[in-house]
Design a protein around this ligand. Structure first.
Ligand SMILES: *C/C=C(C)/C=C/C=C(C)/C=C/C1=C(C)CCCC1(C)C
Length: 245
C-alpha cells in the first residue's frame, strides 16, 4: 500500500511509461462510458456496432487497469495482459468490419478469415516477444506476424471488404475507407513497438531502440481503439441524419 503511494509520487515526475498506463486506463474507461450511454442516441440498426465499440474500449480499460498495476509494481512490460487484451479486442474490430458490411452481403466466412489472420498475427507476435525477445531471431516471428498483418490490410483495402463497402452506399463506404486508414497507418504503430522492444525486431537493424515498447503500444491502443469506435459512432450518427432528411 505505502509502497504504491511512493511509486505514485515517482511516476508524477519521470515515469512516462507508467503515466501512459494511467492515462490509457482513464481514456479507455471514459470512451466506454461514452459509447454505452450513446447507445440510446443511435439508430437501432447501428446499435450492435456501437455496442461492440464500447466493448472494445471496456475490455481494454480492464486490461489497462491490470497492466498499470503490474508495470508499477514490477517495472516490467505486462506482455501477458497486453496480448490477452489484443486477442480479445482485435477480433472484435474484425467483427466491426463484418457488421458494417453485412448489409451489403458480407458472409460469415469473411469474418473468420479476418479473425484467423489476426489471431495468427498476434500469436506469432507473442511468441516473438516472450520466447525470442532477447534474441536476434525475433525478426522471424515479427516477419510472419507482419505477413498476416498485410493479408488483413489486403482484405480491407483491395479484397472482399473493399468490394462490399463499394456496394454499401456512400456513408458506409466512407466509414470503411477511414477504418481502412486506421488499419494501414494506425496498426503500423505496433510493429514499431515490436522493433523497439525486441533484440532483432527488424532483421537486426537497430532503429527505434530508444523508444519504449510500452509507450508505443499505449499510443497505438489509444488511437486505434478509441478512434476506431468514434468512426463507427460517427457513421451511426450521419446515417441517422440521412434518414431524418
Ligand atoms: C487494440 C489493439 C490493436 C488494434 C492491436 C493491434 C496489433 C497489431 C496490429 C500488431 C502487429 C504486430 C506486427 C504486425 C508485427 C510484430 C508483432 C505485432 C504483434 C506487434
Amino acid at each position: 500500500m505505502y509502497q504504491n503511494l511512493l511509486e505514485v509520487q515517482t511516476i508524477a515526475s519521470n515515469n512516462y511509461v507508467a503515466f501512459t498506463f494511467f492515462v490509457g486506463t482513464m481514456a479507455m474507461m471514459a470512451a466506454s462510458v461514452f459509447f454505452f450511454f450513446e447507445l440510446s442516441n443511435v439508430e437501432k440498426k447501428w446499435r450492435t456496432s456501437v455496442l461492440v465499440s464500447g466493448l472494445i474500449t471496456f475490455i481494454a480499460a480492464v486490461h489497462y487497469y491490470y497492466m498499470r498495476g503490474y508495470n508499477l509494481e514490477t517495472g516490467q512490460s505486462p506482455t501477458f495482459f497486453r496480448y490477452v487484451d489484443w486477442i480479445l479486442t482485435v477480433p472484435l474490430m474484425c467483427v466491426e468490419f463484418y457488421l458494417i458490411t453485412k448489409k451489403a452481403g458480407a458472409k460469415i466466412g469473411l469474418l473468420w478469415q479476418l479473425i484467423i489472420a489476426s489471431l495468427f498475427m498476434l500469436i506469432t507476435g507473442y511468441i516473438g516477444e516472450v520466447f525470442y525477445g532477447n534474441e536476434t531471431q525475433s525478426w522471424f516471428w515479427g516477419l510472419i506476424s507482419g505477413i498476416a498483418y498485410f493479408y488483413i490490410v489486403y482484405l480491407i483495402w483491395f479484397g472482399e471488404v473493399a468490394k462490399l463497402a463499394g456496394n454499401a452506399g456512400p456513408t458506409v463506404a466512407k466509414a470503411v475507407r477511414v477504418l481502412a486508414w486506421f488499419v494501414l497507418v494506425g496498426w503500423a504503430i505496433y510493429p514499431i513497438g515490436y522493433i523497439a522492444g525486441t533484440e532483432g525486431g527488424l532483421f537486426g537493424v537497430r532503429i527505434f531502440q530508444g523508444l519504449s515498447m510500452d509507450i508505443v503500444y499505449n499510443i497505438g491502443d489509444a488511437i486505434n481503439k478509441i478512434g476506431f469506435g468514434l468512426v463507427i459512432y460517427t457513421l451511426a450518427q450521419s446515417d441517422k441524419s440521412l434518414v431524418a432528411a
